[in-house]
Design a protein around this ligand. Structure first.
Ligand code: NAD
Ligand code: UDP
Ligand code: UDP
Length: 312
């Protein structure tokens, strides 16, 4: 059994990852500053002898003896990462430096939760890992996109300079139970609006696309990536190639919730990517035939059931 550190462990994805690692018997440290995450997300694990929670901010050094580190700490939704953009960049960059310094000292494997946002508003579609992206360095999304790009650079340089055993996954839009209902992401917004009978707010004309991955598929991909041989570093895309317009997503959520909410149109935020779909060929090759199992309709049904249980 391994000692595993999960930064951002009390967040949406981190909580599912902690649950998986605890169930496999690993000794798990869930580190979080609770900016967007919540103790409630992992409270059900608190009684397990192999789970512990630590309140800590990754921009400060942290010392522990561990075998593996999953570095997820970073606000991930536009309203939260734009709330204090300087802190967002610090979290990505200083957080990466501190966790890489820790990995170097204890010779741990370390996996970075990077993002499809490193591709920006992509000119190449679908996006393979070899595409360098089209990112605005000075816009309102830059704190997140550039912070994550710099973190990838740091990971590769700690590998080249110090031989740290690194892994990078580029995560595409992921949804599921324990998404924060207030974080403004499209899936949680639309489900909450539909369940409350409020207007469903589409930004722009709804023709922009996203590819939505259910959280259990992502966790499986991340765990498989951590288990690859040391020479496999990535970056590797992890996502579901099923691509939908935002208007299609709104209609599907309205249908699945049986809601009579109206669909309304609001201004499109600046730098909002037009299209996004992962090329997952490399993940299939490197991760033992990994591919997403849960398609949108089923994943949404499970997520709707969760939101019904917390907001009604
Ligand atoms: P989330 O906001 O639920 O989780 C992020 C967690 O990090 C929260 O618990 C938050 O409190 C914690 N955190 C933030 N700043 C911190 C700091 N300075 N120190 C310690 N903890 C801090 O978001 P999520 O969707 O679970 O995302 C987890 C990771 O996956 C993030 O790194 C995100 O960039 C990445 N990611 C997510 C998606 C997605 O669609 N959900 C897509 C691409 C990448
Ligand atoms: N660090 C940490 N935990 C450790 C080891 C290092 O948080 O167990 C931090 C350390 O404070 C430093 C960063 O990681 O700021 C980078 O460490 P590295 O050894 O690469 O650089 P240096 O200490 O030489 O600046
Ligand atoms: N979006 C929307 N209505 C909402 C929230 C988001 O139309 O209430 C749009 C948003 O403009 C973007 C897409 O849905 O085009 C996905 O947004 P999200 O913030 O979930 O993810 P990201 O843009 O970071 O991929």
């Amino acid at each position: 059994m391994k000692r595993v550190l999960v930064t951002g462990g009390a967040g949406f994805i981190g909580s599912h990852l902690c649950e998986r690692l605890v169930s496999e018997g690993h000794d798990v440290i869930c580190l979080d500053n609770y900016f967007t995450g919540s103790k409630r997300n992992v409270m059900h694990l608190a009684g397990c002898g192999n789970f512990e929670m630590v309140r800590h901010d990754v921009t400060a050094p942290y010392y522990a003896e561990v075998d593996e580190i999953y570095n997820l700490a970073c606000p991930a939704s536009p309203i939260h990462y734009q709330y204090n953009p300087i802190k967002t960049t610090k979290t990505s960059v200083m957080g990466a430096i501190n966790m890489l310094g820790l990995a170097k000292r204890v010779k741990a494997r370390i996996l970075q939760a990077s993002t499809s946002e490193v591709y920006g508003d992509p000119d190449v579609h679908p996006q393979p890992e070899s595409y360098w992206g089209s990112v605005n360095p000075v816009g309102i999304r830059s704190c997140y996109d550039e912070g994550k790009r710099c973190a990838e650079t740091l990971f590769m340089d700690y590998r080249r300079q110090n031989g740290v055993r690194i892994k990078i996954v580029r995560i595409f839009n992921t949804y599921g139970p324990r998404m924060n209902p207030d974080d403004g992401r499209v899936v949680s917004n639309f489900i909450v609006q539909a369940l409350r009978g409020e207007d469903i707010t589409i930004y722009g004309d709804g023709s922009q696309t996203r590819s939505f991955q259910y959280v259990s598929d992502l966790v499986e991909g991340m765990v498989r990536m951590m288990d690859t041989p040391d020479e496999v570093t990535g970056p590797v895309n992890i996502g579901n190639p099923g691509e939908f317009t935002i208007l299609e997503l709104a209609s599907l959520i309205r249908e699945l919730t049986g809601s009579s909410s109206r669909i309304v149109f609001r201004p499109l935020p600046s730098d909002d990517p037009r299209q996004r779909r992962p090329d997952i060929g490399l993940a299939g090759e490197l991760l033992g035939g990994w591919r997403p199992e849960i398609q949108l309709r089923e994943g949404l049904a499970r997520t709707i059931a969760y939101f019904e249980s917390i907001i009604r």
